[in-house]
Each structure stands twice: as C-alpha cells, then as structure tokens.
Ligand binder design. Sequence first.
Ligand SMILES: O=C(O)C(=O)C[C@]1(C(=O)O)C=C[C@@H](O)C=C1
Length: 254
Amino acid sequence: MAKAEHNNVTLGMVRDSLIRQEDTIVYSLIERARFPLNPPTYDPSYASIPGFSGSLLEFFVKQTEAVQAKAGRYDNPEEHPFFPDNLPPSLVPHYKYPEVLHPASMSININKLIWDMYFNKLLPSFVSPGDDGNYALTAARDLECLQAISRRIHYGKLVAEVKFRDERKDYEPAIRAQDRFTLTNLLTFTNVEEAVKKRVAKKAMTFGQEVKLGDDGDKGKYKVDPAIVSGLYADWVIPLTKEVEIDYLLRRLD
Ligand SMILES: O=C(O)C(=O)C[C@]1(C(=O)O)C=C[C@@H](O)C=C1
C-alpha cells in the first residue's frame, strides 16, 4: 500500500498541473520548430562518434540522461528516462519526495512508445524539411520536447491515484477483474478532453504568434500549427495518459 500521508492532493490540483505543463509542451514545440528537420541528427552513419554506435541524437540523449541521473533527476517519481538501462546512480543527497503513488508504479515507463510517436509521427508534421547544420541544438530541443511530453503522460499515474482514492468503491471491482474497458469508462471525462484540445490550440495561437508593435502582426501565421498541437493531444497525449492511468490502476491493488 502506498503511504496515505498526501491524501490532500485533489483532482483539481492535478489538473492544474496538467494545464501548466501544456505551456511547457507548446513552448518546446515552438523552440524545436525554429530548426528544420536536420536529418543527420538522426542518421547513425553521420555521427561516427568513437566508442559509440548510434545517431547523434541517441548520443546526446544518453549522455544528457547520464548527467541528469547523477544530478538526481530520476529520484523524482515524476521523471522517466528514455534509456533507463545502465544509468549511473544519483551522486547527490536523496530528497525525500512524498510517497503518494503505489510502489508498482515504478515499473511503468512507456517512453519507448513516446519516442517512436515523436520521431515517426509528430516531428515530421511540424518542422520544415531541410538542413541548417544545427544538429546539436536540434537534439537538445528534441530532448526538451520528449521530456515535457513524457512528464505529462506519466503524470497519469498521479491522476489515476487521485481518482482511485476519490472513487475507491467503483474502481476496486474493476481492478480485481482486471477489466480495462470498465476502467477506461470510469476514468474518462469527455468534456475535460474536449476542453484540453481547445485550450492547447489556443495556447499555440497565443504563444506562437508574431508579436509586433504598431499593428496586429501576421494574423493567422503561427510558429507551430495550432491544429497539429491539438492533434498531438487528441491522438497521442490524452490516449497515452489514459494508457498510463489504466496500467497504474491495474496494479493498484497488488
Ligand atoms: O483530467 C483527467 O481526468 C484526466 O484523466 C486527464 C485526461 C487528459 O489526458 O487530459 C485524460 C482522461 C480524461 O478523460 C480527461 C483528461
């Protein structure tokens, strides 16, 4: 059983955090869109780094995650590495994060899926084709997008915990029966999902407009297409958050 000392987390608080995380995701997409696709970043034959086989992107992500692991990033249960194997241990004093989640949540990490979605589906849809040589910056911006999206999706663990505590008698039978269908119905709020999709499109318009003095700027011209941002949420972010919620709930009574 998870310790219950942080029972005061409410669904409203968790949703406020999801709303704040939208800002980070939209900004990180805008920052990545400053660069074209830059294919050599992803081409294993381009990098040829001594002692490393893989793309510049993989090199960058593995090295960055190693440094961040040593600095304690993954001690925080909200953070999930993309390459969890062989990560070095934290070298800093352990901060005692509140134990809100069930311990089984530690085994849930769907970053492989997020990685494939980001590079195969999302990235080609919002950056221009082309190559400007800024491969290291490109890899850095990609990692920022990935980390922001991953944090949001894995936040589903906390959303699920709060929902479970609020409606324990409804969730328990479905968990005992390992009934994904009923769990999906219980945790789905279609009106909230619709509001999320509309809000992120509005944020993409607001944050991604050209700000000019003296006139209204380029109306209708945005740094990242708002429809792509709401599509990202509709097709990936919300469904994968729900996937994490279900994975978490299925193990909640272990
Ligand atoms: O806010 C919630 O209740 C969530 O579970 C989060 C979320 C989302 O990903 O935005 C997912 C499922 C719900 O149907 C509504 C919204």
